[in-house]
Design a protein around this ligand. Sequence first.
Ligand code: ZN
Length: 134
Amino acid sequence: MLIVHCPVCGVEGDETDFHCGGQAHIRRPASHDPHNITDEEQRDYLFMRFNPKGLHFERWRCDRGCGKWFHAARDTASLEFKGYYGITELPPKELQAQATGQWAEFFKARAAETGATRPAKKAAKTSAKKASKK
Ligand SMILES: [Zn+2]
């Protein structure tokens, strides 16, 4: 049995109180026009997932608590959760440093994109951002 902790509301329970949403940090291809997306990009977005033995990053939903989604870092060999963080954030630096294989490459690429390896800070939301989220 997995014991999961919700970082949003603080509730703790077994995995039946939560819903695993699969791999974390999956991004849609950058274009909304399907003619600008290659078959490989669409295939990767829909089907290609990391399957590491060891540290893995997943999305989880707090079904019987607050209902919010969050990210969790879990060791797939020991089933131990190593940490939790917000749904819009990257993992804490120490968890990124423990990542191996595809995850290490992923965080390295993200750091190159953003110019930083630290997790995203909660930015002050502008009214324009709030309107576009609906
Ligand atoms: Zn919760």
